[in-house]
Write a protein that binds this ligand. Structure first.
Ligand code: HAS
Ligand code: CU
Length: 572
């Protein structure tokens, strides 16, 4: 972290052009959050049978809108905005070419709009477009070509964003030979390297198989192959959402707590571990898929268990940093220091509660990851319970909380009401406790996920009607509280922009770590080495299962062998 920056000058003054892009990215993410959240409350009330304003036939349209806008658009737009802020502030230099920065932002917007059009058209029967394929979009579900083209454009935009971060770092490196990569930039670069490796799978799936198939170029695809290529990307994508959160927990949360990051070297180790281990684990989403040998599933499980390590290290480092903050503020005792933390600050409280919930999420993740226990929970409501704690709280709540801290430095506006902010983050925590807990319990008694009619007429769940009724109520109530919290967040941001000019100064500096980069072995900054090892692990984990899937199911579906008929004709 570069720490010499003066507190009297805001980020906005130092980097006016970059601040514009960061704001545009954040506002785009909030538009996605608003629309996606509306989809969430509609389906929560529909599934639980409290309020049915859509036809059950439209359930998958709403579910796709909810998943794509929240899991893919909200997260990624926030991430690229945050990363632009983090790279420029930690390198203390502007982006190399702001026109290029605007270009990737606009490419990402274009991709999102292209993908959203066929999803939204699903509501209008007279328009012959649809994309009710959920955010996992693998075959045999098929969407209109515009949806796949939009996804491809969106991913290309994110690749260009990564290139922009690298170019800016390269320029800095030429000016600062021999210096360690500042921590925030290190985190951005390792995340983007992980992203390049992970998106290879989904790019091949979309461009080589799904798009031509939906255009009618091929009649069929190998469904298991597109599934496997999706999950090759679908697991690391969850760390693409989580790593910006860790960037905030490591570099901003200690300051909000009144202290300093405990260890810069440990933070670097964590991000390197994510780069190495995020991708060779995707098959843990496919434990129940026929067509993949048990041995490959076992390897994915083992890798997943290793992948717990960076998060367990994070729990230690971040809590130690928070404790350091509390002790700087006069906190004492084994646990009574907790009372000395700035609980009235919505930015601190939001992030701390997000962290607490992530601890629970980690446990449900460990349950998911066990091959045998997974058979109990797979495709049940347990899984949405898990991911509303992870992406729906660790990520979403941290991003909302961080907005309360970023807003003044990006807009020169004060947060309109910090009290509403505090109430809003608490409400999210309470709403999610109700909803997610009930979803986990519902999953254990066999309530399925991904359906508008989970009650299955004529089928009695083991736990009896009263438990099912109680869980239904908790999900509906929790979902409603979450929606209210989301509306309060968006309203607070909008009113801040309209009504709330900033008075006085705002300290946006970040303190150096207690153990700084000088304590970190230099090899940690050798990005080429870690990328090479990461690629090797991917090859080891995936070449054999993919080979088996293709030789058994044909590259383009049954009967097509390894090559499709038309390629064989061309080469024969
Ligand atoms: Fe997961 C399914 C395993 C983490 C998201 N996951 C999903 C799906 C999503 C998702 C979206 O193995 C569903 C996809 C679909 O539609 O089918 N997941 C794991 C494991 C982890 C994990 C082992 N998941 C995440 C994260 C996500 C995410 C992160 C999004 C951001 N997940 C699975 C598996 C499945 C799965 C299977 C497939 C299930 C199936 O059958 O379909 C681990 O990375 C978790 C490690 C976490 C920890 C917790 C550490 C605690 C920390 C808190 C520190 C405290 C603080 C607070 C800061 C070990 C870091 C301090 C405060 C004070 C006041 C002191
Ligand atoms: Cu996963």
């Amino acid at each position: 972290m570069s720490d010499e920056l003066s507190g009297s000058e805001l980020y906005l003054d130092r980097f006016p052009d970059e601040a514009q892009v960061v704001r545009a990215a954040l506002w785009s993410s909030f538009v996605a959050l608003g629309i996606g959240g509306l989809g969430g409350i509609i389906q929560a009330l529909h599934r639980t049978n409290y309020l049915r304003i859509i036809d059950s036939a439209d359930y998958y349209t709403v579910l796709t809108l909810h998943g794509v806008l929240l899991a893919l658009s909200f997260t990624t737009f926030f991430l690229v905005g945050l990363f632009t802020w983090a790279v420029t502030r930690s390198l203390d230099r502007p982006m190399v070419d702001i026109r290029f920065t605007w270009t990737w932002y606009l490419v990402m917007v274009a991709g999102t709009v292209m993908a959203a059009i066929p999803i939204l058209a699903g509501f209008v029967d007279s328009i012959p477009l649809s994309a009710d394929v959920l955010f996992t979009f693998y075959a045999p579900l098929q969407a209109h070509p515009l949806f796949y083209a939009g996804l491809a454009v969106f991913i290309i935009g994110s690749w260009l964003a990564g290139l922009d971060f690298f170019r800016t770092w390269w320029a800095w490196r030429d000016e600062n030979e021999g210096e360690r990569i500042p921590l925030q930039t290190f985190m951005v670069l390792t995340t983007m390297l992980m992203w390049y490796i992970a998106t290879l799978g989904v790019a091949i799936s979309v461009v080589v198989f799904l798009l031509p198939w939906s255009l009618g170029v091929f009649e069929q695809v190998n469904a298991l192959l597109t599934r496997t290529l999706f999950w090759y990307f679908g697991h690391p994508v969850v760390y693409f959402w989580l790593m910006p959160v860790y960037l905030l927990w490591y570099t901003v949360l200690p300051k909000l707590a009144g202290g300093r990051l405990f260890s810069d070297p440990l933070a670097r180790v964590v991000f390197v571990l994510f780069l190495l281990l995020s991708t060779p684990t995707g098959i843990h989403h496919q434990y129940l898929d026929p067509g993949i040998a048990e041995g490959f599933k076992f390897i994915a499980m083992t890798n997943t268990m290793f992948l717990l390590l960076p998060s367990l290290l994070t729990a230690f480092t971040v809590v130690a940093s928070i404790e350091h903050g509390a002790r700087q503020r006069g906190g004492e005792g084994y646990l009574s220091w907790l009372g000395d933390l700035p609980w009235r600050d919505p930015a601190f409280t939001g992030m701390a509660l997000a962290g607490l919930m992530f601890a629970a999420a980690g446990f449900s993740g460990m349950v998911n990851a066990g091959m045998n226990v997974n058979y109990l929970v797979h495709n049940t409501l347990w899984v949405p319970g898990h991911f509303h704690l992870t992406v729906g709280t660790a990520v979403a709540l941290t991003f909302m909380a961080a907005t309360y801290w970023l807003l003044p430095q990006l807009t020169r506006r004060a947060v309109y009401s910090r009290r509403i902010g505090l109430f809003q983050v608490l409400l999210w925590f309470v709403g999610m406790t109700l909803m997610s807990n009930a979803m986990h319990r519902g999953g254990l008694i066999g309530i399925p996920r991904r359906t508008a009619e989970p009650q299955y007429s004529g089928f009695a769940f083991d736990a009896g009607f009263s438990t099912v009724g109680e869980l239904r109520f908790q999900i509906a109530l929790g979902g409603t509280l979450l929606f209210v919290s989301l509306v309060l967040f968006l309203a607070n941001v909008i009113v801040s922009l309209l009504e709330s000019p900033m008075e006085g100064t705002f300290d946006d500096t970040l303190p150096p770590a207690l153990s700084g980069p000088e304590d970190a072995p230099e090899v940690l900054d050798n990005l080429a080495l870690w990328t090479g090892i990461a690629l090797l692990l991917v090859v080891l984990a995936y070449v054999l299962p993919l080979g088996a899937i293709i030789s058994e199911g044909g590259l383009f579906g049954p009967g097509t062998g390894t090559y499709p008929a038309w390629i064989l004709e061309v080469i024969s």
